[in-house]
Design a protein around this ligand. Structure first.
Ligand code: SF4
Length: 499
């Protein structure tokens, strides 16, 4: 049986612009891709909703809603509308030419010039090179099909937009940036690349391309696990702060595993201690751990926030991607070892920020150190202090009591199983075996944010609402509980004189 020759789609083309091997693997071995995680899927869903909202700017537009696997039907339907004289705006118009399939977000008939203007909708706030690439392949395919293209623009979110009392208005939320010259300048190169990528995806062997910074830019590549499957368990990239650029530099010198590192050259002190710990297979403990742990005042308050920053603002007087703090959790550990918990979760009906900060200030009182994990809570509180000047001094007093547990761990402890990461999700199960996040329905921050936005925007059914609220409460509670356990483990290490 003869093999069906793979075609390119717009997304495969853009993937191939990022890395030819990515185009090959996507076209020929898609099952080797690591599935998207919940947070990425939530981000995609947000992008889709943004695109749908953008369509409402042109109420008379016709949506070609044939699914991607019925591309030929979308091409046929598009052709009818383009050849007819009734419809002036088409959404998701389909074309196949040059061996490549594209769908155009918005096409507008310009009756004066007799051409069609193209608009690509992106939920970012500034135009990027990858947008131009995306539009250039569309333009090339559409023009090859005989349709004359006029301008090529990108429709973005306008960060200066402020939601008014009457809800979201599409007037002002979007900005259209003309990219015609940049796209036209790219056309010859993109047409050549399109032809080259067809050779690539029809070849029997994958292009010989190694990993590098291109695996993360402009998008994280789903084949990263596949392309690095041959790396040893102690891969040099598992050192703290080792990005792909540095990893590739070390690999080029034959240093692939941490065990191959023969000197401290090019490593900072954190990386050097990680090398020592990994090679010995033992934890590393600083000599000043006890002193650092004693710089606190009981009761200890362990706090954590959840926030959301949706592209389309959820509340009056807020702007795209403005941070909305909607949840906190606080575990209080007394000097006698007693542990109490309190928390707050917004209902979502009104902007919760004032209630969030007032309830937090009440919960943490005026005494005791306040432990956070990273600087995120401080950044969030500083924004709230700007928003509510009457609370500024109380918020500053609270920040003054902060102790960063993440810095405490990073400065005083390393375990080979951290594999270069100090994220609480990595640190907890290593330092406190048996504790992790695997039993939770919501297991990380981006999914929590997306769940809250879904509640506010009415996408959670009433019979599911209690479960989602429970999942959110459990997730934030787990974060502060994790901090308590890590703190207690550090104390035990200091007390036992472990090294
Ligand atoms: S992981 Fe990197 S090298 Fe491998 S296909 Fe993706 S971008 Fe290309």
């Amino acid at each position: 049986m003869s093999r069906v020759m793979p075609m390119l789609s717009k997304s495969k083309f853009v993937g191939g612009w990022q890395c030819e091997k990515k185009a090959f693997l996507t076209a020929r071995f898609p099952k080797l891709a690591t599935p998207f995680d919940a947070a990425t899927l939530a981000r995609f869903a947000g992008g889709t909703r943004f695109g749908e909202l953008a369509q409402s700017v042109w109420p008379g537009g016709v949506l070609i809603d044939s699914p991607a696997y019925r591309h030929d039907a979308s091409v046929e339907w598009t052709r009818e509308l383009v050849d007819g004289d009734v419809v002036d705006v088409i959404f998701e118009a389909g074309f196949t030419e040059l061996g490549t399939r594209v769908r155009a977000d918005v096409m507008i008939r310009n009756r004066d010039s007799g051409k069609w203007d193209l608009i690509e909708v992106k939920s970012s706030s500034s135009a990027k090179k990858v947008h131009d690439v995306d539009m250039a392949i569309q333009r090339a395919v559409i023009e090859a099909s005989g349709v004359k293209v006029g301008t090529t623009s990108v429709m973005l979110v306008d960060s200066s937009y402020v939601r008014g009392a009457g809800g979201v208005s599409t007037d002002g939320l979007f900005k259209i940036v003309d990219r015609t010259s940049a796209v036209e300048a790219l056309l010859p190169e993109m047409i050549e690349l399109n032809s080259h990528l067809h050779d690539v995806i029809n070849s029997e062997t994958a292009p010989d391309i190694g990993i590098g910074p291109h695996c993360e830019e402009p998008y994280g590549c789903q084949f990263f696990e596949h392309c690095t499957a041959d790396r040893p368990r102690d891969w040099i990239k598992t050192l703290p702060g080792f990005g792909l650029k540095k990893t590739v530099e070390f690999e080029a010198q034959g240093v692939v595993g941490i065990s191959h590192v023969s000197s401290d050259t090019g490593l900072n002190s954190l990386q050097s201690r990680a090398v020592k710990s990994t090679n010995s297979g033992k934890q590393w403990v600083s000599e000043r751990l006890s002193d650092d742990l004693s710089n606190v005042e009981y009761p200890l308050r362990f706090i954590d926030f959840e926030t959301a920053a949706p592209t389309v603002p959820m509340y009056e007087s807020t702007s795209p991607r403005e941070v909305i703090a909607f949840q906190w959790s606080c575990h209080t550990l007394g000097a006698d070892g007693r542990l109490d918990h309190s928390d707050y979760l917004a209902s979502g009906e009104v902007d919760p920020r004032r209630e969030f900060v007032e309830s937090l200030l009440r919960a943490v009182g005026s005494s005791g150190s306040v432990l956070v994990y990273s600087s995120y809570e401080q950044t969030t509180l500083r924004k709230l202090a700007e928003l509510f000047p009457d609370l500024e001094s109380r918020i500053n007093d609270l920040i003054f009591r902060f102790v960063d547990l993440l810095s405490l761990v990073r400065d005083n402890y390393y375990h080979p199983a951290f594999r270069g990461s100090f994220s609480i999700k990595r640190v907890l199960p290593v330092m406190v075996p048996g504790y992790d996040y695997s039993d939770l329905a919501i297991g990380e921050g981006e999914t929590a944010s997306a769940a809250f936005v879904d509640i506010v925007e009415g996408r959670v059914d009433e019979d599911e609402l209690d479960d989602v609220l429970f999942d959110l409460l459990e997730y934030c509670k787990r974060d502060t509980e994790a901090m308590v356990r890590i703190w207690q483990r550090l104390q035990a290490i200091a007390m036992n004189g472990e090294s």
